[in-house]
Design a protein around this ligand. Structure first.
Ligand SMILES: [Zn+2]
Length: 309
């Protein structure tokens, strides 16, 4: 069973009719301040979004997680929140949106955020709801519920990545029947791209990449952000390997501090600042430094590519 784009849109309009605080947050998003910044050949956006403080400042250490009620478990959701069943998953509207149409898609049971066995599910969810970009934040890469497996979805036409990818240069790494794995150059940070007409082929290549990425000793999987969408009969999946969860400015004190905790949306070219002082201050040099800290460097990328050849 799957959820189509039309069903998702109906869920959103139905929920906004009855859920006041979510409606206010979506309304506020219409007048949210956005500025554009040029990074190399790409124009990215910075969005001042105070409601996102809940996510950007989320405590995701084991102790804090144990002490809070999981907001993705059906029993703990607000009464007003309705879900659309999609097999093992449920589509929910995200009450703290970044996209004009923003959904969270948790698994129906409380199990940890891990991608390896769920990449195929993600592809199928993206194909059924092809007006949306689906994304996955690893447990230490921006997921605010790393203890409960979930994807998110946002409407197409919002992330600069979607357009940028059409202009970037690809360096092919390997192929698998209908699928191709490349490294993408000239974007704001390095990433891997899988293009595929068949889900099985994409899964095969994702598996190879997953196993070529380093996993830190204290981590449950290699650190990644992942965005995928379906268009013109094929999937595009962008895999951003990560070096760090949060950049040094997140922990800095005084003027140096910027509360920005990068996840898939930021990798997609929309940087979220929940605090106004950061929105005012932030410029290209800050973003370049943040990306250089949280993404893999060129040399590390080449080591992974060598393993894949
Ligand atoms: Zn849960």
């Amino acid at each position: 069973m799957s959820v189509t784009s039309e069903q998702a849109k109906q869920l959103l309009s139905g929920q906004l009719a009855v859920w006041e605080s979510a409606r206010n947050n979506y309304k506020a998003l219409e007048s949210v301040r956005v500025k554009e910044i040029i990074l190399g050949d790409c124009t990215v956006k910075v969005q001042f979004n105070p409601a996102r403080i809940v996510s950007s400042a989320a405590k995701v250490d084991t102790k804090s997680l144990k002490e809070r009620k999981c907001f993705l478990c059906a029993d703990n959701r607000p009464d007003v929140q309705e879900g659309l069943p999609a097999g093992d998953y449920t589509w929910l509207i995200n009450p703290f949106p970044i996209f004009p149409e923003h959904f969270t898609i948790p698994v129906n049971e409380h199990v940890p955020q891990l991608i390896e066995k769920r990449f195929g599910d993600m592809l199928r969810l993206a194909q059924a709801a092809h007006d949306y970009v689906l994304f996955y934040n690893g447990p230490k890469c921006g997921a605010s519920a790393p203890d409960h497996a979930h994807f998110q979805a946002g409407n197409k036409g919002f992330l600069p990545l979607e357009q940028a990818i059409k202009r970037c240069r690809y360096i092919p790494i390997r192929s698998e029947a209908s699928a191709r794995l490349s490294q993408v150059e000239d974007y704001i940070c390095p990433f891997f791209l899988i293009e595929a007409e068949k889900a099985d082929d994409a899964e095969e290549l994702f598996g190879s990449l997953y196993h070529a990425l380093d996993r830190k000793e204290d981590e449950t999987e290699p650190m990644i952000n992942l965005l995928t969408w379906y268009e013109d009969g094929k999937w595009l999946a962008c895999i951003f390997p990560r070096a760090q969860h949060r950049p040094s400015c997140y922990f800095a004190e005084g003027d140096e501090n910027i509360l920005l905790s990068p996840a898939s949306v930021d990798m997609g070219g929309v940087f979220i600042t929940p605090l106004e002082k950061d929105f005012e201050k932030i410029e290209a040099a800050h973003l370049e430094k943040i990306l250089s800290e949280v993404c893999l460097g060129r040399e590390k990328m080449y080591q992974i590519i060598e393993k894949l050849k």
